[in-house]
Ligand binder design. Structure first.
Ligand SMILES: Cc1cc2nc3c(=O)[nH]c(=O)nc-3n(C[C@H](O)[C@H](O)[C@H](O)COP(=O)(O)OP(=O)(O)OC[C@H]3O[C@@H](n4cnc5c(N)ncnc54)[C@H](O)[C@@H]3O)c2cc1C
Length: 401
C-alpha cells in the first residue's frame, strides 16, 4: 500500500493530510510533528489566546479524534532528524520509516537575538509555539515593563495584548518606521497612532545595541545611547524558513525549499508547502508566511501527490488584530509606487489602495471589511479601478467592480 509521510504537524501539514483523505486517498498516511500538541492555529498566539480570551481546545485545527477517525497516523513529539532519499526513508532517532511520497511542511523558525547581545538571557522570548506562550503568559502582569524588539505584525500584536494587560510597553524598531517591510507609510502611521493612543512608547529608526542583566534580562541599551529598564523582552524580528532538513538531504533551496508550480521539490518524490516553501509567482519566486497560503498550497500539493497536476495560484491575503482594529490585507504590495486613501464610513475605518502606475496591487483595510472584500475581488480578477474613483467616497465601492 502506498505510504505518504508528511513532516511538520502544523497548519499546512494538517490541511494536507485532511485533503488527501477527503480526496479519496486510501493508502497509508503518517503526519509527524516535533511539538507535542496536535496541529493548532498560530495567529491567536499573539492575539486572543495570549490575551487569555481563547481556550486551548479552540486553538486546535481539528478535533484530536479527527486523525484516528480518518486513519491518519499522527506522531507527535517526534522530530525527523534526516531524510534518506536513496532509501526513501525518514529518520526519527533510531527509527527509519519508509515513504513512497514525502511532503515537507516544516514551517519556519523565529530569528533570535545573538547571545552576544543578551539574546540568551532569561526573560527574552519569541512567539511561535504554544510553549513560547506558556513561558510568556506569566510575565504579563500589571505594572511590569516589556521591551518589544521589532515593529512588525507579531511585535505590534504582542504590544497590544501587553498594553491591554496593563504592562508598560516600549517597541523599538530599527527601520525608519514600524511595518516598513510590509506596508506603506499610511498604514504605519495608522498603527503608530493607535498604539500611542494606548500609551505604547514606539521608538523608530533606533536599533537595539544590547540587552543587559545577570542571568535574567533587566535592561536594554539602544543604538542612540538610551538606557531602558525592562522586566522582559519579546523579540519579533522575522522568521527563517524551516529548510534545514531539506538542505541536509540535498534538495534545492532558494529562500526556502524550492518547488515547481505544483509544489514538487527538486526530488520528484518530495513536495513542500507552507512557510517553508518558495514557489514560482509572476515570473519570479516567492515564499509566503500566512495561514491562507499554508492551507491553499497544502491542498493543491495533496491533490498533486494523487496525480492531479494542478498549478498553485496564490491569492495572497492576510489579517492582523490589534486592540479593536481588524486589519485585512488583500494582494501583495511589492513594487507599489502610489497609495490611494479611502476613508471608511465609521470612525477609525479606512483603506489604503496600493498601485503600481494604474495597476491595483493590494489593499490594506482597517475596520473596513467591505473595502477589503471588494479590493480582493478586484485584485483576483485583475481589475484596476480608476484611482480618483477609489478616493471618492461619493462613489459606491461596489460600482467599481
Ligand atoms: C504569533 C503568530 C501570529 C501569526 N498571525 C498570523 C495572522 O494573523 N494571519 C496569518 O495569515 N498568519 C499568521 N501567522 C503565520 C501563520 O501562523 C503561518 O504562516 C502558518 O502557521 C504556517 O503554517 P506551516 O504549516 O507552514 O508552519 P507551522 O504551522 O509552523 O507548522 C510547522 C510544524 O513543523 C514542525 N517541524 C519542523 N521541523 C520538523 C521536523 N524536523 N520534524 C518534525 N516536525 C517538524 C514544527 O514543529 C511545526 O509544528 C502567525 C504566526 C505566528 C507565529
Amino acid at each position: 500500500m502506498s505510504h505518504i509521510v508528511v513532516i511538520g504537524a502544523g497548519q499546512a501539514g494538517s490541511s494536507l493530510v485532511a485533503k488527501l483523505r477527503n480526496s479519496g486517498f486510501d493508502g497509508r498516511v503518517t503526519l509527524i510533528g516535533e511539538e507535542t500538541a496536535p496541529p493548532y492555529q498560530r495567529p491567536p498566539l499573539s492575539k486572543a489566546y495570549l490575551l487569555g480570551e481563547m481556550t486551548l481546545e479552540r486553538l486546535y485545527l481539528r478535533p484530536e479524534s479527527f486523525y484516528a477517525d480518518n486513519d491518519i497516523t499522527l506522531r507527535l513529539g517526534a522530530r525527523v532528524d534526516a531524510i534518506d532519499r536513496n532509501a526513501r526513508e525518514v529518520v526519527i532517532g533510531d527509527e527509519r520509516l519508509k515513504y513512497d511520497q514525502l511532503a515537507l511542511t516544516t514551517g519556519s523558525t523565529p530569528r533570535r537575538l545573538p547571545a552576544a547581545i543578551g539574546g540568551a538571557l532569561d526573560g527574552v522570548h519569541v512567539v511561535r509555539t504554544l510553549e513560547d506562550v506558556d513561558r510568556i503568559e506569566p510575565e504579563f502582569s500589571k505594572g511590569r515593563r516589556v521591551l518589544i524588539v521589532g515593529g512588525g505584525y507579531i511585535g505590534l500584536e504582542a504590544a497590544a495584548v501587553a498594553s491591554k494587560k496593563g504592562v508598560a510597553v516600549t517597541v523599538v524598531e530599527m527601520a525608519d518606521r514600524i511595518l516598513q517591510r510590509v506596508a506603506a507609510p499610511e498604514t504605519s502611521d495608522y498603527f503608530r497612532n493607535l498604539h500611542t493612543s494606548h500609551g505604547v512608547n514606539i521608538i523608530e529608526g533606533v536599533g537595539l545595541e544590547t540587552l543587559t542583566g545577570e542571568g535574567r534580562v533587566s535592561g536594554a541599551r539602544l543604538s542612540d545611547g538610551t538606557e531602558l529598564e525592562v522586566d522582559f523582552v519579546i523579540v519579533g524580528v522575522g522568521i527563517a524558513p524551516g529548510s534545514a532538513l531539506a538542505d541536509a538531504a540535498g534538495l534545492e533551496i532558494d529562500n526556502g525549499i524550492k518547488t515547481d508550480a505544483q509544489g514538487r521539490s527538486s526530488d520528484p518524490a518530495i513536495w513542500a508547502a507552507g512557510d517553508c516553501a518558495s514557489f514560482p509567482y509572476r515570473g519570479g519566486r516567492i515564499r509566503l508566511e500566512s495561514v491562507p497560503n499554508a492551507i491553499d498550497q497544502a491542498e493543491v500539493v495533496a491533490r498533486n501527490m494523487m496525480g492531479e497536476g494542478a498549478d498553485y495560484v496564490a491569492k495572497p491575503w492576510f489579517w492582523s488584530d490589534q486592540y479593536d482594529v481588524k486589519l485585512q490585507i488583500a494582494g501583495l504590495n511589492s513594487g507599489y509606487d502610489n497609495v490611494v486613501t479611502r476613508p471608511g464610513d465609521k470612525d477609525g475605518s479606512v483603506s489604503y489602495w496600493y498601485y503600481q502606475g494604474d495597476t491595483l496591487l493590494a489593499v490594506d483595510a482597517m475596520n473596513d471589511p467591505r473595502a477589503y472584500m471588494i479590493g480582493k475581488r478586484l485584485i483576483e480578477g485583475g481589475k484596476s479601478p480608476d484611482r480618483g474613483s477609489v478616493a471618492d467616497t461619493n462613489i459606491e465601492l461596489k460600482s467599481l467592480m
